[in-house]
Design a protein. Structure first.
Length: 118
């Protein structure tokens, strides 16, 4: 009993502060706010998913951009090679092993003869 008498009574501010937290943390209030907490949790999950999805999309865009650049370089290389090989002097060199030679005289044009319908 002496211990209780030595303690000073709690001030009204301390009583209100303690009662305020108890008021917010009682079971009925927490259960009543459960749908709101679940909604906040759902929003947080969607937010995290959206961040991961955006990162994944950016990586795909970056990878596709690199592939497009590589294909553009390859296209330009192949195109220049085709242009080089289609020059007349290069064609002559390419068909020489086959025994084909370049014409030195103009080609002869063949025309069909008209047949008499007698």
């Amino acid at each position: 009993m002496e211990e209780q008498q030595n303690q000073e009574p709690a001030s009204p501010k301390q009583d209100k502060a303690g009662a305020g937290w108890k008021k917010w943390l009682n079971y009925q209030r927490v259960v009543k706010q459960l749908p709101f907490f679940l909604f906040l949790t759902l929003l947080a999950v969607i937010y995290i998913y959206n961040g991961h999805y955006a990162d994944k999309t950016l990586r795909k865009i970056s990878r596709t951009s690199r592939e497009v650049k590589e294909l553009q370089h390859e296209y330009k290389t192949v195109q220049s090679e085709v242009m080089f090989r289609s020059k007349q002097s290069e064609l002559v060199k390419a068909v020489e092993p086959l025994g084909l030679k370049e014409l030195t005289e103009s080609p002869v044009v063949l025309t069909p003869e008209k047949q008499n319908s007698n």
